[in-house]
Design a protein around this ligand. Structure first.
Ligand SMILES: Cc1ncc(C[n+]2csc(CCOP(=O)(O)OP(=O)(O)O)c2C)c(N)n1
Ligand SMILES: [Mg+2]
Length: 269
């Protein structure tokens, strides 16, 4: 897909996401809006995957470590053909496969269970190391939240990836400057991220993670070391009253707010 088609699709995914959160009465809409451009670029341009063969051994691996934004992943998987689009309306309902955090035993296309922050990157390092050991050519991508990068397990994984020479691993940090209930800068301020990753032996790119023309080339980049993309994003991106407002981590829009959000997102379609 071309950049303008990806941009349009990302807006459609945002719209479906805010609808799903409104209908379910729960979700993590702020962190979903920030990560949707990255998910769209991965699934519709970058990842070597086949919805008809979700377990094909040679497929690229993608881990959504910030598993609380599962709804955005489900919608992306549905648009890509891994699950029926109609199933999105079951999000968070009793007996639905679409739980609040992604489950790889239920949902085709989900590589590993996530939700407890700080685990996706260590698992992704294992996937990339496994490719090296077996001679497989797949690439592994993992998205973490910026608040999530406060978890010490991530930094162990970052050291291991450099030691193993995992040039087949890309970490994207969704740097939306907010975590749950507070700004990163008011809690454990781990910014700036670039010098830390570089000191740990990684190659680092810094981009606007809500600008498709910057997201795609960064994801397609290949170098000789593990690659980290520090993706500067906006929590609540695309919806004026949500953007950069800490309470929209997991607040649910009222009917009036929902209508404003739908109008704003539809305008750009
Ligand atoms: C180990 C762990 N501790 C706490 C939580 C609860 N929790 C869910 S989301 C979140 C904030 C995450 O912030 P960030 O990583 O910046 O994600 P984003 O801003 O992209 O939503 C927290 C603390 C969790 N899921 N796992
Ligand atoms: Mg964050």
């Amino acid at each position: 897909m071309q950049i303008n088609e990806l941009e349009r699709l990302a807006r459609q995914i945002r719209l479906r996401d805010v609808q799903a959160v409104f209908e379910a009465g729960a979700g993590h809409v702020g962190g979903e809006m920030s990560v949707i451009d990255i998910l769209t670029a991965l699934y519709f341009r970058v990842l070597n995957i086949d919805p008809a063969a979700p377990k094909a051994p040679g497929r690229d691996r993608f881990v959504l470590s910030k598993g609380h934004t599962a709804c955005a992943l489900y919608i992306t998987l549905a648009k890509r053909g891994f699950i029926p689009e109609a199933e999105i309306s079951t999000f968070l309902q009793a007996n639905s496969r679409l739980n609040g955090h992604p489950n790889c035993n239920k949902v085709p296309g989900v590589e590993t269970n996530t939700g407890p922050l700080g685990h996706g990157l260590p698992v992704a390092v294992g996937m990339a190391k496994a490719a090296k050991l077996s001679g497989a050519s797949y690439h592994t991508y993992v998205v973490t939240g910026d608040g999530e990068m406060q978890e010490g397990s991530n930094w162990e994984a970052i050291m291991a990836a450099a030691q193993f020479g995992l040039d087949n691993l890309t970490l994207i940090i969704d740097h939306n400057r907010f975590q749950q209930g507070a700004a990163l800068s008011d809690t454990n301020d781990i910014a700036p991220l670039r010098p830390k990753l570089e000191a740990f032996g990684w190659e680092v790119s810094e981009i606007n993670g809500n600008a498709m023309a910057e997201v795609v080339p960064a994801l397609e980049h290949r170098g000789g070391r593990p690659h980290c993309i520090v993706a500067h994003t906006n929590k609540g991106h695309g919806i004026s009253f949500m953007q950069d407002r800490v309470d929209w981590h997991h607040k649910v829009p009222s009917k009036e707010q929902y209508e404003i959000a739908v109008a704003e997102l539809s305008e750009a379609l």
